[in-house]
Design a protein around this ligand. Structure first.
Ligand code: NI
Length: 183
């Protein structure tokens, strides 16, 4: 397995719309394994192929506390959704930014699993938020797109500043306080 590099906002490649996976092969499974390794190492609870510059409709997630429930969805489609829920979201491609976003509370998803088998799954709560967030990535969409332009500008400035500081000093930037998981 290999750890992959995660693209960061505002990298234009994050705006690419991912292509349908026509055939699930060993190459797809290697991508999934590499994405899971990258997600766990980050650490995060979800990752879309778009974020590692592979523009195919593949996402991984694991919302368990101990990393024991890896999930991989290929060509995911939401076929049913219900309810509205606001929660704080973060993203591995938008470091150290957390903002409230509204999502469906419950979703039913159709996808292929890592063996290319068709599957149906239901999700609610954090997993539902995570899948919707990752599916947005496959459309070239980021959670900051739901915020106002003013907020987005502030976020871009904050990220630029953090990046500048990171190159100027070898001391890693640590974030104080508890934050929600990154998706
Ligand atoms: Ni994300």
């Amino acid at each position: 397995m290999a750890k992959l590099q995660i693209l960061e906002y505002p990298d234009p490649r994050l705006r690419t719309v991912a292509a349908q996976v026509d055939e699930v092969t060993d190459k797809t499974r290697t991508l999934i394994d590499d994405m899971l390794e990258t997600m766990y190492a980050a650490p995060g609870i979800g990752l879309a192929a778009t974020q590692v510059n592979v523009h195919q409709r593949v996402l991984v997630a694991d919302v368990s506390d101990d990393g024991s429930q890896p999930l991989a969805l290929i060509n995911p489609e939401i076929i049913e959704s219900e309810g509205d829920a606001w929660s704080d979201e973060g993203c591995l491609s938008v470091p150290d930014i957390y903002e409230k976003v509204a999502r469906a509370e419950y979703i039913k998803v159709k996808a292929l699993d890592r063996n290319g088998k068709s599957m149906l799954m239901e999700a609610e709560g954090l997993l539902a938020v995570c899948i919707q967030h990752e599916m947005d990535h496959l459309e070239g969409k980021l959670f900051v797109d739901y915020l106002s332009e003013l907020k987005r500008q502030r976020i871009r400035k904050k990220i630029e500043k953090a990046r500048k500081n990171a190159t100027e000093s070898p001391v890693p930037i640590t974030v104080a306080g508890d934050h929600p998981d990154r998706l």
